[in-house]
Structure formats: C-alpha cells, structure tokens
Design a protein around this ligand. Structure first.
Ligand code: 0X9
Ligand code: ZN
Length: 426
C-alpha cells in the first residue's frame, strides 16, 4: 500500500472506531436522596419499571444515602416532572456525560501509548481483556515455580477465560486456597485493576508478602465477564451484563451475579426481564462465563477457605446471604474477617467500610456468586468487596486515582487474608 493508501486506511479505521463508540451525548446524571423508607420503595419501583434509567448504585435511605442515576436525554424531563410532583430530593450532577467519557477514554489511550506487552503497569492505565491475558500468560515464564496459568473455558464471544494460581513454589500440594475473582460486572473497572495489583503484590513483592503464601495458595481470575468488559472498552462504557443475546431480541446480556444456582430465581433480588440490569437468565448457569466460574469454585471447593469477589462501588464487605434475611451458621466468623479488613483500612487511610449480610447492608440479591460459594462450594468465608467509587458515575475512576484506590484496598485484602490464614491453619 502507498503512503497515502496507508493514511486513508488509518483514517477510515479511526472513524469506524469512533462511530462504534457510544458517546453518551446529553446523557445526564442525577443524584437522588430518599428521605424515608417510602421514598426508598418508590425509587426501587422506578428502578424496576424504567429499564432506561440506569441506577448506578444501591438504593437506601438511611445515613443520608444517595444514589446516582444515569439517563438518556429523552428521559430527563420525565424524571424531573415525576420528582417534582412527588417532592423527592434530586440534584443534577452532570448535564452532558459525553465530554467526560471522551476525556477519560483519551486519558486511558494516552496512558497506554508506551505500553509494551506483555509488561503492564497496573497503576498507569486500565487494560483490556486481551492485554490482561497477555500479561497473565507471561507470568509462568517469569516465575516458573510460583505462577501457573490455566484456561477454564470460553466466553460467549469465544474469549479465553484464564485463571492464575500463585504459590510459594515449595511444591507442597493441596494447600488451602484463597480464590479471588474480578469483573463479574463489566463497567466496574477498578475491579480488574485490583486483581492485577494483588497479583503483583504476591509475585513482584514476594519478599514482603511471603507470609501470605507459606501455607496457602491464591487462585485469581481478573476478568470473569470478558465480553462485557471488552464492550465497555470498545462500545459502551457503562455496560454491566454479559453479551449473550436473550429471549428478547431488543435486549442483550445477563447479570452473572444473578445467574448462579443457589436459591436462583427469587423475584426479590433478581429479575426475569431480559431488559433489566439484574436479569438472572432463563436458567441458572445459562451463561458460559458463570459456568466457568462455577467450575473453578467446584474444583477448589475442598480447599476453599476464602472466596472474594471484587466489585465496585460503595465501600462494603458483603457476606451471604443475599437471598434471605436469615444469617448463615458461621456468620460471626465471616464478620470477624470483614472486621479485620475494615479496621486495617480505617487505620491506614481513614477509609470507611460497612460490612454485614448483603440482604441487610445492601439489598436482596439472589443467585449471586458469594451465596453459591458458601452454599454449594462450601467456602469457609465468602465475600463480595465493593471497592470505593471513583469518577462521575462511581464506576469510572480516573487513571490518576488507581494507585490510591488499589493500595488502600490491598491493606484490607492483606489483613483479611492474614486473618483467614490465622483462623484456619492448614
Ligand atoms: O448487586 C450486585 O450484584 C452487587 N453490587 S454491584 O453494585 N457491584 O452490582 C452486590 C452483590 C452482593 N451479593 C452478595 N455478596 N451475596
Ligand atoms: Zn458489581
């Protein structure tokens, strides 16, 4: 191809990439503040009835809780008139999301200009699923005794789903296991960054952390929802679910965190509507990504001491159950572990975490991974960690904030791991 041919080709490529990208032009973000339980119920009702309104966090009224909601331009006036007529408290935070989304996208692409795969600097950018896989694949060569990569299956769009096992290389088999996953929800970008940071702490910073590997192995899957995550990089930044078509031709994707087979399908906590963000699927495990995570949980089940699922946002350590207001038998033990994490964080950065049963602390969820880990895979401690909010929606921290977020969170994860290892020696 001639030079001009090259230039034309590159321009075409760039414009097609830009065309595919959802720019969120005139999308608005409102902050809502319910004042009592009836206002909370009304917001929950709206969250169910208006799939176009994207509630970006949990809806709760106590402790002056606020929730952000993202709306396409044509929905804004209906929110305002509805909220005025019910005298609900609301505030416009963002009038037009597009320049912000574009600025973040540009920042991230700029940060990656000097990227030399398979090397990645976790603190310097957000990485795609393919970049993360290239990095994972490079680790056994760098750490032949301590790192092992295994592919457990494929996503719906045929992306390889990989899992890293980290040990101290002493050859002792069948140690108890800490199993961590990230990116069950596509848009929660701090989650894969956190999983990668944990990997770097255990491998590159081994000297300091070897106590965490003496009697335990760590199994880490940074990206469960590979297709959804890729979609948030290439098409639509705030996508949550998988990318498999549903029974409704207009609505794509299932919430992996409602698709697991322990007490699947309760209406409080999941939805049968494919257009909703908490759509549970037609059957438990009808998503290949859920099957893969299930298989990993079951494979490690006999050794599984701590299952930790990394999400954002909200600063919570969430324990089972999500599906009922009953508490599991070993609830207090799990609370002690969560408390160790919360104390460590508050001492180091003053960051505040709430912890307790998902049902009470947050809202009912059914078919989520932590309930399955405890109820079926017999994890001793099962937990969802909601990392702190970042950026304007909560899901979109700036690159410059990654370091603060992951170093604080590591203080908590390290303290909880130490507590698990102390309580459940091999
Ligand atoms: O709703 C969810 O799936 C999780 N929150 S998020 O904002 N990341 O979507 C919370 C699930 C918590 N469930 C259990 N820990 N059981
Ligand atoms: Zn999540």
């Amino acid at each position: 191809m001639t030079l001009i041919g090259h230039i034309i080709f590159l321009l075409l490529l760039q414009s097609s990439v830009l065309l595919a990208w959802q720019d969120y032009k005139d999308y608005q973000v409102y902050e809502l503040t319910p004042r009592d339980s009836s206002e909370e119920s009304l917001l929950r009702k709206l969250a169910r009835e208006k799939p176009q309104w994207d509630f970006l966090g949990p809806i709760r009224w106590h402790n002056e809780s606020t929730v952000r909601v993202m709306l396409p331009p044509e929905e804004a006036s209906s929110l305002v008139s509805l909220f005025e007529s019910h005298q609900l408290r609301y505030r416009l935070l963002i009038k037009d999301l597009s320049p912000l989304v574009q600025a973040q996208r540009a920042e991230n692409l700029r940060s990656k200009q000097r990227l030399q795969l398979p090397h990645i600097d976790v603190l310097a950018a957000f990485y795609t699923h393919a970049e993360i896989n290239a990095y994972l694949d490079s680790l056994p060569e760098r750490y032949p005794k301590r790192a092992q990569v295994k592919q457990f299956g494929w996503s719906y769009e045929r992306r390889p789903l990989k899992v890293l096992t980290i040990s101290n290389g002493d050859g002792r088999r069948n140690k108890p296991v800490i199993l961590i996953d990230g990116t069950v929800h596509a848009r929660e970008w701090i989650s894969p960054s956190m999983a990668l940071y944990i990997i770097q702490q255990l491998l590159d910073n081994y000297e300091e952390n070897q106590g965490l590997l003496q009697d335990y192995d760590w199994v880490i899957m940074p990206v469960v929802n590979a297709d959804g995550y890729e979609y948030t990089h290439s098409e639509s930044r705030y996508w949550r679910k998988t990318r498999k078509p549903t029974t409704d031709p207009d609505c794509v994707g299932t919430d992996i965190n409602r698709n697991f087979a322990h007490e699947w399908g309760h209406d409080a906590g999941s939805s049968s509507d494919p257009c909703e963000d908490i759509y549970r699927g037609e059957r438990p495990f009808d998503q290949p990504e859920s099957q893969v995570l299930r298989d990993i949980l079951l494979q490690y089940s006999p050794r599984l001491k701590w299952y930790l699922s990394l999400h954002s946002y909200g600063n919570y350590f969430l324990l089972p159950w999500g599906y009922t207001n009953n508490l599991p038998e070993n609830y207090q033990d799990m609370m002690d572990v969560a408390e160790a994490g919360a104390f460590a964080i508050v001492h180091s950065t003053n960051g505040i975490y709430s912890y307790g049963s998902t049902y009470y602390v947050l809202y009912p969820t059914s078919g989520d991974t932590a309930d399955y880990a405890l109820g079926v895979a017999n994890a001793t401690v099962a937990m969802t960690m909601e990392l702190p909010a970042g950026g304007f929606s909560g899901f979109d921290p700036w690159v410059s904030h990654i370091e603060g977020l992951v170093t604080e969170s590591w203080v908590g994860v390290r303290a909880m791991a130490a507590e698990v290892i102390r309580r459940y020696p091999s």
